[in-house]
Design a protein around this ligand. Structure first.
Ligand code: 5AD
Ligand code: SF4
Length: 475
C-alpha cells in the first residue's frame, strides 16, 4: 500500500484493550490476528484507531466498572468520528449480553467467549446493518487454528483447555466460559513445535483447571470403544511439550489443588524444561470456608500436596490466589488462612477481596457478607504475612546465580534490564551493553525485595532466535 495515496486508502488500524487474565490476553492475540488477516494494522494510539476492541473480564466487580468507565470515554470519540467501530468481547460481553448495548448503544459489536473467531464477520455485518450482538451458549469444539498475532516473539501462550467443570461458589467463570473442552494432545504438541520453529523458547500452557486436561478426550475415546490408558494426560502433555526441541521453558496455569496429582509432580521434576514454579490457588485456609466454596480439599490436604511437590522439586517457587471476606468468613476462619499462608511459605500471592457475582451461589448469601471495614483490615493483615514470606524467600536467593530470560528495559528505569528466572521472579539488573529481548543471561542476585530481585550481569548464555517482526500465524 502506498502511504501517500491519500486518506481514502490509508490502512485501517485497530486498537485492543485487554482486561483480566492470561486467557483473555491470549484471546486478544487471536482477535488481533483476525483483524490483521483482514488487512488492518495495529495502533497503540486510540485517536488513530478505526476499530477499538475492549476484551473484557467479569471475575470481580471492579472489572465491570472499568469497562463501563472506558466506554463512556469512547462515546466522545465516536461522536467526533462516527466511522469508528467499537467491539466489546470476552467474559463481560458473555455475561451482560444485551445490557452492554442498552447502556452503550453506540457499541457496534458485542461478541461472547465462544465465537471470538466471528469478530471480523460481525464487524462487516455491523457496517451494513448497524449494531450486532452474537452470544452463543457453548463452544462446539476447541477453537484451534484461529490466526494469532503474538505480542512477544520468544514467549507464547498455548491454550490447552477452555471452560471449567467446577463450581466454586464464588466464581463466574463456568457460566461465561462454559464446560471444559480440551485441545487434542497432538494438536497442542504440533502447535508448540511450530512455535519453537519460529524461535519461541518459552510456552505457558493455559487452562482453568489444567490438571483435568484430557478428561473429556478420554471419555470421548472410551465412548468410541477404544481402550484408553488411565494415565493422567496433563502429566504426559507436560513431558511431551518439555521435549520439544528449542523449548527451554514450560510454564502452566492454573492447576486445581483437588486434581493436582503425583504424576504431575513427577513430570515437573523429571522434565528439565518445566520451570520450578507452581501456582496453586489456595483461596482460603479454613476448612469450613473451603467446604462452603466447594473447593474439594482441606487445608491439610493442600499443604500435604505442596510438601510432596517441594520434596520432589527442592527449588520450587510457589505462588497462590487467596480470597478475603468470602460470605460467612469469621475471624477464626481468617486466622486459619493466615496460618496456612505462613505455613505455605509463598513466593508471592494474588490476594482478592471477595466480590459477589450475580448468578453464583455465594452471591445469594448476602446476609453473610462480611462488612467492608472488616474485610479491608483482614486484607491488610494478609498482605503483611504474604510480603514477609515473599521477602524471606527472596532474601534466600541473594548471592545465587540465576538464569534469566530478558524481557526488556525496566518500566521504571530504562537503563536497567528486566528478566525472569525459571521460578518466575523478576530480576532487575544493569548491563553494560543493550541486550536483545529473548536472550538468556546469567545474573548474580545482589538484593531482595518482596516483589522483585536485583542482580548483576555475569554473562549472556543464549541469543534470541525469534524474528522481531512477528507475522500472523495459525499456531
Ligand atoms: N471474588 C474475588 N476473587 C475471585 N476470584 C475468582 N472469583 C472471585 C470473586 N468472585 C479469584 C480467585 C481465582 C482468581 C483468578 O480470582 O482467587 O483463583
Ligand atoms: Fe472458577 Fe473454580 Fe473453575 Fe477456577 S476452578 S475457574 S475458581 S470455578
Amino acid at each position: 500500500m502506498n502511504p501517500d495515496s491519500g486518506p481514502e486508502s490509508r490502512q485501517k488500524r485497530y486498537f485492543v484493550r485487554t482486561y483480566g487474565c492470561q486467557m483473555n490476553e491470549h484471546d486478544s492475540e487471536r482477535i488481533a490476528g483476525l483483524l490483521e488477516a483482514d488487512g488492518l494494522g495495529v495502533t497503540n494510539d486510540l485517536a488513530q484507531a478505526d476499530v477499538v476492541v475492549l476484551n473484557t473480564c467479569c471475575i470481580r466487580e471492579n472489572a465491570d466498572n472499568k469497562l463501563y468507565g472506558h466506554l463512556g470515554g469512547l462515546k466522545t470519540l465516536k461522536d467526533s468520528r462516527p466511522d469508528l467501530q467499537i467491539v466489546v468481547s470476552g467474559c463481560l460481553a458473555q455475561k451482560d449480553e444485551a445490557l452492554i448495548q442498552t447502556r452503550a448503544p453506540f457499541v457496534d459489536v458485542v461478541v461472547g467467549t465462544h465465537n471470538v473467531g466471528r469478530t471480523v464477520e460481525l464487524l462487516h455485518e455491523a457496517k451494513v446493518a448497524g449494531p450486532v450482538m452474537e452470544i452463543l451458549t457453548e463452544s462446539e469444539a476447541f477453537p484451534s487454528a484461529l490466526p494469532v498475532r503474538r505480542d512477544l516473539g520468544w514467549s507464547a501462550w498455548v491454550t490447552i483447555q477452555i471452560g471449567c467443570d467446577n463450581n466454586c461458589a464464588f466464581c463466574i467463570v463456568p457460566s461465561v466460559r462454559g464446560r471444559e473442552i480440551s485441545r487434542p494432545f497432538d494438536d497442542v504438541v504440533a502447535g508448540v513445535e511450530a512455535l519453537a520453529g519460529a524461535g519461541v523458547v518459552e510456552v505457558t500452557l493455559l487452562g482453568q483447571n489444567v490438571n483435568s486436561y484430557g478428561r473429556d478426550l478420554s471419555m470421548a475415546r472410551r465412548a468410541a470403544g477404544e481402550s484408553v490408558a488411565a494415565r493422567p494426560l496433563f502429566a504426559e502433555l507436560l513431558r511431551a511439550v518439555g521435549a520439544v526441541e528449542g523449548i527451554r521453558r514450560v510454564r502452566y496455569t492454573s492447576p486445581h489443588p483437588k486434581d493436582f496429582r503425583p504424576e504431575t509432580i513427577a513430570a515437573m521434576a523429571e522434565t528439565p524444561a518445566v520451570c520450578d514454579h507452581l501456582h496453586l490457588p489456595l483461596q482460603s485456609g479454613s476448612d469450613r470456608t473451603l467446604a462452603a466454596m466447594h473447593r474439594g480439599y482441606t487445608a491439610q490436604r493442600y499443604l500435604d500436596k505442596l510438601a510432596a511437590a517441594r520434596r520432589a522439586i527442592p527449588d520450587l517457587a510457589v505462588t497462590t490466589d487467596i480470597i478475603v471476606g468470602f460470605p460467612g468468613e469469621t475471624e477464626d476462619d481468617f486466622e486459619r488462612t493466615l496460618e496456612v499462608v505462613a505455613a505455605g511459605e509463598y513466593d508471592s500471592a494474588y490476594t482478592f477481596i471477595y466480590s459477589p457475582r450475580t448468578g453464583t451461589e455465594a452471591a445469594e448469601r448476602s446476609q453473610d457478607f462480611v462488612p467492608a471495614e472488616v474485610v479491608s483490615d483482614r486484607f491488610e493483615r494478609l498482605r503483611i504475612v504474604v510480603e514477609r514470606s515473599a521477602l524471606a524467600r527472596h532474601e534466600a536467593r541473594v548471592g545465587r546465580v540465576e538464569e534469566v530470560l530478558v524481557e526488556g528495559p525496566s518500566k521504571k528505569d530504562s537503563g536497567v534490564l528486566t528478566g525472569r528466572t525459571g521460578q518466575n521472579k523478576l530480576v532487575h539488573f544493569v548491563s553494560p551493553d543493550p541486550l536483545a529481548v529473548g536472550s538468556f543471561a546469567e545474573v548474580r542476585v545482589t538484593r531482595a525485595a518482596p516483589h522483585h530481585l536485583r542482580g548483576e550481569l555475569l554473562e549472556v548464555t543464549a541469543r534470541p532466535r525469534h524474528r522481531t517482526r512477528i507475522p500472523v500465524a495459525s499456531l
